[in-house]
Design a protein around this ligand. Sequence first.
Ligand SMILES: Nc1ncnc2c1ncn2[C@@H]1O[C@H](COP(=O)(O)OP(=O)(O)OP(=O)(O)O)[C@@H](O)[C@H]1O
Ligand SMILES: [Mg+2]
Length: 273
Amino acid sequence: MLEFNDLTKAFHSTTAVKPATFTIPDGQMVGIIGRSGAGKSTLLRMINRLNEPTGGQMLFQGRDITALRGRELRQWRNECAMVFQQFNLVGRLNVITNVMSGRLFHHNFFSSMAGVFSEKERAFAIRALDRLGMAHTALQQTDTLSGGQMQRVAIARALVQEPRIMLADEPIASLDPLNAKVVMDALRAINQQDGLTVICNLHTLDTARQYCDRIIGMQEGVIVFDGTPKELTDKAAREIYGAEAEDAFSEAMTSTALRPGAQRAQPEVRVVN
Ligand SMILES: Nc1ncnc2c1ncn2[C@@H]1O[C@H](COP(=O)(O)OP(=O)(O)OP(=O)(O)O)[C@@H](O)[C@H]1O
Ligand SMILES: [Mg+2]
C-alpha cells in the first residue's frame, strides 16, 4: 500500500500540490485527471522522487519513501517504473537494447557502460516485448517504429525493471485513438495479470472512466474528487475542470474523446537521439 500523509510540493511561490492525504492499495489502477497545471505530473513525480516533496510523508508498505537517500533511493526509483508521454527511448538504438536498458540498475558501472547483458536478461526482454506484441521488432532501429509501437516498447522496458508500481504520465497523449487503445489495453492487462499498481495521468476523461478502478481529480493542487468511475458523474467532472469544462463537454458530444483543459498543442511524437 502507498500512503500519502499531507504530501506537498511547492515551487517557489507556486504550491503545485497542496497537502494531500490518501492511500492506494496494491493492485489498483488509478487515473489522475484535471486541467493543465492542476498538479498531476507533480504528484506522480513525487512518488518516484523525481520531484522532491517539500512537506509531508509518503510510505510504501509502511516504509518511509520520503526519507530514502543514495542507493536506496535509486532502488526505489527502479521499483517505480515510469512511462512518459514522449516515450524517452533512444531512437538510434535497436528495440531490444532500449528494453534492456530497463535492467541497468541491476548492473555495475562497467557492465552497464559495456552494454553487457546476460542471455537470461535478453530472454526476459524478448518475453516482455512479446507480451506487448512487439517481439518481432526486437532488432529494428527504434526510430523506425510508430508512436504506438514506441510506447509499447517503453512499457516493455518498464516491465523488465520488475517494478512494484507503474507510473504513466499521459502515456497516450501523443497517440491516435487506435494506438491509445492498444497502449491502455496493455497497461490494464499488466495491472490485472501481474497485480501491479498502475497510476496514470490522463487527459481524456472517457479513458479514465473506461480503464481505471479509481479516479482522482485535481484542481489547482488539491484533490477535489476521489472515487470510482461510476461516482464520477458529469456534474463532478464539470467541477474538476471548472469554467472551461463546458467547451470541453460540447467537444465531447461531437468527438470520441473528452479533452478538458487541453487546448495546448499536442506535442509531436519524438524519441531521444
Ligand atoms: N519545475 C517547476 N518549477 C516551477 N513551477 C513548476 C515546475 N513544475 C511544475 N510547476 C508548476 O506547478 C503547477 C502544476 O504543474 P504540473 O506539471 O504538475 O501540472 P499538470 O496537471 O501535470 O499539467 P499538464 O496537464 O499540463 O501536464 C503548475 O502551475 C506548474 O507551472
Ligand atoms: Mg502533466
